[in-house]
Write a protein that binds this ligand. Structure first.
Ligand SMILES: CC(=O)SCCNC(=O)CCNC(=O)[C@H](O)C(C)(C)COP(=O)(O)OP(=O)(O)OC[C@H]1O[C@@H](n2cnc3c(N)ncnc32)[C@H](O)[C@@H]1OP(=O)(O)O
Ligand SMILES: O=C([O-])CC(=O)C(=O)O
Ligand SMILES: [Mg+2]
Length: 291
């Protein structure tokens, strides 16, 4: 099974207190932000703090992601130089509009990796899609580099670009479908948007249920309280696990009898159903059963 990436916890790179404790919350990936959660006058401090945090022993057994500033800003390249040398696992490129944005990033990554003795190609990339142009180009972006581990929809900038606002999800309907299909067509992960009202658990869970059913791998998060809610909602129920076990048993019996398709309580069990059952069992083994 691929690495589980349900939760990616953002934290502002200039917040020294959060940097020194965030690993205790155990998200699947931790995302240090150097972009919009960092004020202009704190850009250099944040870069230095994140450079040190990445090398801290506590961050060695958790996937680390850094959202750099766009390469078109005065900070983007300096961010990249620092965090690749510090051993970051994945670079999140904000406001990715075209495959050329990824090619530009790749060029720099390859040079920095050579200069600092990192294996060339070992730094992963995640593209954040935050505009209509980015959504339209999602397939080309998702296929632009073998370094891409996933693409993420970033709703706050996207709704601004679309001249609308965050509401019940209608405003993200097309973008979610487009980003998800692009990721699947490219064989990479798809991440849903940030839920900003950390005290509205019911609203968060409604959104999680929607994106889980759509097929997203997970979500960008902004608060540790959202991690367990998300992981629990993504875990299969005991009923689903029991059913998956019965499907596997029925399939095994069918195989012993030389049958390609068998019936379980009147429902057909064939290859895609068996694959799904295997995935449910793998997920239960990796993330437990829903409470
Ligand atoms: C549109 C975008 O670009 S979104 C991406 C960028 N945004 C961010 O990175 C924001 C990250 N999140 C945060 O800064 C905060 O969670 C806020 C501002 C949203 C809410 O802050 P608070 O109301 O103080 O959160 P809360 O009361 O739940 O904090 C509880 C504890 O969790 C810690 N915490 C809160 N958020 C985070 C986080 N993202 N990462 C690590 N620790 C965190 C707090 O420091 C606090 O720790 P303490 O108990 O040791 O003091
Ligand atoms: O990248 C994200 O998930 C958050 C973000 O910048 C946005 O919504 O504009
Ligand atoms: Mg944004």
């Amino acid at each position: 099974m691929n690495k589980l990436r349900r939760s990616m916890l953002f934290l502002p790179g200039a917040n020294a207190a959060m940097l020194s404790t965030a690993f205790i919350y155990r998200p699947d990936s931790i995302m240090f932000d150097l972009e919009d959660a960092v004020a202009l006058r704190e850009k250099d401090t944040a870069r230095l703090l994140v450079f040190h945090a990445l090398q801290h022993p506590m961050y060695q057994d958790i996937e680390t992601v850094v959202r750099i500033n766009p390469l078109s800003t005065p900070f983007g390249l300096a961010d990249l130089e620092a965090v690749v040398r510090a051993g970051v696992d994945v670079i999140r490129l904000p406001k990715t509009d075209t495959p050329e944005d990824i090619f530009e990033l790749e060029g720099h990554l390859e040079r920095i990796e050579r200069e600092c003795g990192r294996e060339v190609g070992s730094t992963g990339v995640m593209a954040a899609i935050e505009s209509a142009v980015g959504v339209i180009n999602a397939v080309a972006i998702a296929r632009s580099s073998p370094r891409l581990i996933g693409i993420a929809l970033a709703a706050f900038d996207y709704v601004m670009d679309m001249q609308t606002e965050r509401s019940d999800g209608t405003e993200l309907f097309y973008a979610r479908c487009a980003v998800l299909h692009a990721a699947r067509a490219a064989g990479i992960d798809a991440f849903d948007v940030v839920w900003s009202d950390v005290n509205d658990e019911a609203g968060f869970l409604r959104e999680v249920e929607l994106i889980r059913k759509m097929g997203f791998n997970g979500k960008s998060l902004i608060n540790p309280r959202q991690i367990d809610l998300l992981h629990n909602a993504y875990a299969p129920t005991q009923q689903e696990v029991d059913h998956a076990q019965r499907v596997i048993e029925a399939a095994e019996e069918g195989e012993r009898n030389g049958l390609g398709v068998v019936s379980l309580n009147g429902k057909m069990v064939d290859a895609p159903i068996i694959n799904h059952a295997q995935r449910v069992l793998e997920r239960a083994a990796a993330s437990g059963v829903r409470r």
